[in-house]
Design a protein around this ligand. Structure first.
Ligand code: URA
Length: 247
């Protein structure tokens, strides 16, 4: 690939800054600063440095954002802040994987790896999404059983079996809430809220805490993000590949 593209992809600077760095001899390829922006480099076999720091080329980037409420899961929006406004990396092709509602918080993966994104969202892959929620009123054994059997939420098919666990019970008082964990393997529109509505209950707070093998880093405050570690990225990729083989 071209040297200037490699440096731009790795966020070494804007295209014009990169040209300038190259002109100033700040960029080296295998130790030599006699380089040109158009020069072809092989990131697997050659060492590229900028200001003496080695640039490790990564084809795709993977970020986990702790999505705050009041921002939309989209690239652009005329009214609200979007999840992309929280990400300083502005490379083309970066998009959120799936959607969380305006008022839902928690784990959102943002990547330019379209294949991983497609596979994580594919209904055939049954990737587990784990939510923690606060529900108005008391969640009962009958609700747990209804979630397990599958619910009619107004779509053609019942929901796939979901695991509902009560973390703490609301008192039998008006205004009391139960804290629950819900594990679903689909990603239908407003799915968790519609499942609770189907058993006559209302979600008052919703947060995604895991998607497949990826768990929300509890050190991230709402609105903060970080790159996935190599282990996190490799486990996710492996999961999708393994599940692909199972089909
Ligand atoms: N289910 C919902 O109802 N909302 C979300 O944001 C995610 C899952």
């Amino acid at each position: 690939m071209r040297l200037d593209k490699l440096l731009a992809d790795m966020q070494a600077g804007t295209r014009s800054q990169i040209k300038q760095y190259i002109r100033q001899g700040r960029v080296t390829v295998d130790g030599s600063s006699k380089v040109s922006p158009k020069q072809q480099v092989d990131p697997d076999t050659q060492t590229v440095c900028c200001f003496g720091k080695e640039i490790h080329y990564q084809k795709y980037v993977y970020y986990m954002l702790n999505k705050p409420a009041d921002c939309v899961t989209a690239r652009q929006d005329a009214v609200h802040k979007t999840v992309m406004d929280y990400i300083a990396d502005k490379r083309k092709g970066l998009s959120p994987v799936g959607r969380l509602d305006l008022d839902t918080e928690g784990l959102l993966l943002i990547t330019d790896d379209g294949s991983l994104s497609h596979n994580l969202l594919s209904p055939a892959k049954h990737v587990e999404k784990v939510y923690e929620a606060e529900i108005s009123g008391r969640v009962t054994e009958a609700d747990i059983e209804a979630f397990r059997r599958g619910l009619d939420i107004g779509d053609k098919a019942l929901t796939k079996p979901a695991v509902l666990t009560v973390l703490s019970e609301g008192a039998v008082l008006e205004g009391a809430v139960s804290r629950v964990r819900v594990v679903i393997t689909e990603g239908r529109y407003h799915q968790v809220k519609r499942m609770f509505a189907a058993v006559g209950k209302r979600v008052v707070f919703l947060k995604r805490v895991a998607m497949g093998s990826l768990k929300l880093d509890d050190k991230l405050l709402p609105g903060e993000y970080r790159e996935l570690t190599e282990d996190e990225r490799d486990s996710l990729l492996k999961q999708v590949i393994a599940e692909k083989k199972d089909l």
